[in-house]
Design a binder for this molecule. Sequence first.
Ligand SMILES: *Cc1c(COP(=O)(O)O)cnc(C)c1O
Length: 461
Amino acid sequence: MSKNEIPYKIYLEESEMPKSWYNLRADMKNKPAPLLHPGTHQPLKLEELTPIFCEELAKQELDDTTPYIEIPEEIRNFYKMYRPSPLVRAYCLEKQLGTPAKIYYKFEGNNTSGSHKLNSAIAQAYFAKKQGLKGVTTETGAGQWGTALSMACAYFGLDCQVYMVKVSYEQKPFRREVMRTYGAKVTPSPSDTTNVGRAILKQFPGTTGSLGCAISEAVEAATSQEGYRYVLGSVLSQVLLHQSVIGLETMTALDKYGIKPDMIIGCAGGGSNLGGLIAPFMGRKLRGEADYQIIAVEPASCPSFTRGVYAYDFCDTGHVCPLAKMYTLGSEFIPSANHAGGLRYHGMSTVLSQLYDDKLIEARSVEQTSVFQAAEQFARIEGILPAPESSHAIRVAIDEALKCKETGEEKTIVFGLTGTGYFDLVAYQKYNDGEMNDYIPTDADLKKGIDQIPRFPGNLE
Ligand SMILES: *Cc1c(COP(=O)(O)O)cnc(C)c1O
């Protein structure tokens, strides 16, 4: 098909939208390692997960054999209000770069929460409501997840309690207002409303918080209130499952025009957007039907894949959550203040960690100022102001397209543009004022976190 026959935006009809999520684990020969009980180090059973998680979501978490899980009609109807998200051919960027590469991006920033996180938030709120719960608790770092969950809870009439990392709570007051408008209760973390929060405040007075710490508080809040469960916006396999809607739409759109991507690129914080975007493509790869180069991009300031270790670790600072086997920098690792709030988590999805260990995906780390240079270039030529997180993927997509210019290869590159930059204008302000720095942790910095990873037979021992 000649270049001009492919539209700028590939649309899908409502009838072409996915009716099931795709569970990549079903096609993985090496399954992700099971979650372990933090005390006994035994794989967690359903009945141990259900006091924390909604029943149906706990089942999805443990299910690594069912390939397709039907999307309930109520969720599909909600998806129809803001999906399918556009798959855009970056003709203008290609021209500016002078590359023979063909670049596509899947833009998830067109809903009020501003990112892909709504895809899982609405699913999690639905299953909580269906179980007859009163409400849910969660943490939020940059604020995208808390916002998405607030919207989803408002829609289903659930109470929503959000523990927001203190530095973001103070830096991003407008995020907080969006959540409050949707009816959520927002508490800066660490707070004095939980035992774990009080303990952390005592040990580290003046701390600006971390995602791991906010998770511990949210879990405590869920387990200490009748009719509440805890929900999480990334990392978990159930979240990757819901996010497969991104990849399924992308695949349908590309297949419609007979386009085969050579390379799929996404930013990786806890791994949910990347896991969702690549899911059906990785399925084809695992079944031997096609091959793709897949690249996870992370900040050089929080390099879980590229400099972490693959081991069982705590998911949270307070060590109340299950142990997960993942690429990790240690639950005590607190990255230097960088401006990709959504990519500051110390660990990585167990699914992506296993795929990375099996060399089925690659990882790159990129520095903050080069990420914002890519963001600026993209905004000026493609119009969309990208989220700093998403701009990690833009950086590598541009780098790869420039390599194609040298070699003359006409590669097809697809990347995930996970969100809008409107909520992160403080970061853009720093960049525009020339005040952004590229702090990269030293080996000694990282050793401190890695030394805190639990040691037990079979785990770093
Ligand atoms: C949260 C977030 C991310 C990172 O989370 P993943 O679970 O790794 O996808 C990326 N981009 C945006 C815009 C986000 O809000």
